[in-house]
Write a protein that binds this ligand. Sequence first.
Ligand code: LCS
Length: 399
Amino acid sequence: MAAKRSSRPETMAVHAGPAPDPNHGGVSVPIYQTSTFSFRSADEGAARFAGTDPGYIYTRLGNPTIRALEQCVAELEGGHAALGTASGMAAVSTTFLALLRPGDHVVGTDAVYGPSRLLLEKQLSKFGIESSWVPTEDLEAVRRAMRQTTRMLFVETPANPTIKITDLDACGKLAREKGTLLVVDNTFSSPVLQNPIRFGADVVIHSMTKYLNGHSDVVAGMIVAADAGLHAEIGSMLRSLGGTMDPHQAWLVLRGIRTLALRVRQAQESASRLAPWLEVHPAVAWVSYPGLPSHPQHDLMRRQMAGPGSMISFGVRGGLEAARRMIDSVRLATLAVSLGGVETLIEHPASMTHASVPRAEREAAGIRDDLVRLAVGCEAWEDIRDDLDRALAAAVPAR
Ligand code: LCS
């Protein structure tokens, strides 16, 4: 299959993972919808448990369909190996539980997905794990927050929902200098636009619910480790916790990935047209989109990412009430949380995805009341523009 190996994202998305089914040549990976695998003899069963026979045992411990997806995403990310999980949060929680011990400290991006922050602040604090949340786009702030006990730097870039960008190369170097692990949530970029392991990340996490699956019909996660030791440590925790994938879920995500590069490019093209249009719209106070020269990390995006992606945050003039009126008035865009599907979604993070983060911390992280998050989908950009224009007019009457 060497001829299929290419570093071009379009080719990789179509071909990454195992070759056609060795049993019957199926071009699509078969769905091994089974909970358990039979052994031909007591000796074979014992050998599988001993690890001397690589065959499958039980789907929580491994399954060929899930393995195909894991291999595919590991290749897309340039990692050693990957582990499929039941959800993005299962990927985040399993990684934290595998790599952190009581007394450890985590420095995280202040504007991460709310529940990832809540997991550390509310749940894992009960086990003596501490965390500090800083704007990781400011490397000095990261450096200042680090302690003797800092075991992990947890970066989400672009961040949800501020779309700020953190310098992965600089974080990778800092992590090496301090002997800290760098864990990156790469959900907003997808492997088509950014490969954190190339910049020194030890672990990459995905909510595959988003771009990787791409059709708003599956909840799933993936943990990609840069080396065998981390993969084994996280895998052992995943098998104990039990937040593994289901084979059918794995198959659906694998099917979604085949069009990942096409979807990401189409949505990015539309977002790149919508962002400058929004920036000069009279009802819009500000726009955060890394493709705009006004974005504070525009140059960093060009160094680190293959493109600015399709997530846009913007402020509606008139604050909270105007923002809520605006999202109530869209007709083509769907008022829903999540992102990365073929349909454009719109939401209000302060009252929805990030409502679990206390107001003071939310505002310190730039998650303002007027912020509307737009996950641009694959529709014609003119139709999204017309919908937003109508909704903005309904929310902010012209003076
Ligand atoms: N990481 C990021 C960056 C996310 O955006 C999400 C979900 C997760 C992890 C968790 O993944 P899940 O368990 O949902 O698969 N983000 C969502 C959002 O922004 N709106 O709804 C869900």
